[in-house]
Design a protein around this ligand. Structure first.
Ligand SMILES: *[C@@H]1O[C@H](CO)[C@@H](O)[C@H](O)[C@H]1NC(C)=O
Ligand SMILES: [Cu+2]
Length: 225
């Protein structure tokens, strides 16, 4: 039975970090990918990601949707309704949570998220006063394994990517980005679009040297705990 040992140990090696693994919208749970070795052609709304290893630079092409390029389904969301992302596991408690949208005017299959059209709809950084505390958005995800965001009530209906990003800052000068995307169809009668000055490109919404990314301090939390 010794042969089975590496298989038993294998999950522990990838147990750190985390990724969005499902979405709750209007009481319905939409499954995402569950971990490494995702099922090809799964009939889900999440863009397939290959792994949840940390992305270490803001300019990495994987920043867009953790490498995911398409999904066969989308979920309807009424403007003003919440989208709740669920993480099967999450390890780090310091750094912000950010939630972004990207309009896919011509549908999802041609929508790669690479243009300057991303806008942030929700975020939580440090909400206490001590940088080395766990009073951070990602600390909330650590405790609850969920994050709810309201789709702006006045948002113009249409197809959008929703991108959840956890930025782990527990190790000095070693930011770790964890983004995943899902496909949603916003319904309603709104007309609002994000103003041009709030649109950004992903990757590279900020330089790696940005003080919000390159936090030059160490916290008590060790990498890969
Ligand atoms: C909906 O999301 C907002 C954050 O945008 C949150 O304050 C609110 O509690 C959420 N509502 C529900 C019912 O989850
Ligand atoms: Cu990690």
């Amino acid at each position: 039975m010794l042969f089975s040992l590496p298989l038993i140990l294998a999950p522990a090696l990838v147990a750190a970090h985390g990724a969005v693994t499902s979405y709750i919208i209007g009481g319905t749970t939409y499954p995402g990918y569950q971990g490494f070795s995702p099922q090809p052609n799964a009939q889900i709304i999440q863009r397939q990601w290959p792994d949840y290893n940390p992305i270490m630079t803001s300019t990495d092409p994987k920043m867009t949707c953790n490498g995911g390029t398409s999904a066969p389904l989308s979920a309807k969301v009424a403007a003003g309704q919440n989208v709740t992302a669920v993480w099967q596991q999450w390890t780090h408690q310091q750094g912000p949570v950010m939630v972004w949208l990207y309009p896919c005017e011509n549908g999802f299959s041609s929508c790669d998220g690479k243009q300057k059209k991303w806008f942030k709809i929700d975020q939580m950084g440090l909400y206490g006063s001590a940088v080395n505390s766990n009073d951070w958005g990602t600390g909330v995800v650590y405790k609850t394994l969920k994050w709810s965001s309201k789709i702006p009530a006045s948002l113009k209906p249409g197809f959008y990517l929703i991108r959840h990003e956890l930025l782990a800052l527990h190790q000095a000068n070693t930011p770790q980005f964890y983004p995943e995307c899902a496909q949603i169809e916003v319904t309603g009668s709104g007309t609002a679009t994000a103003p041009a000055n709030l649109l950004t490109s992903i990757p590279a919404y900020a330089p790696q040297s940005d003080p919000g990314i390159m936090a030059s301090r160490d916290s008590h939390e060790k990498l890969y705990t």
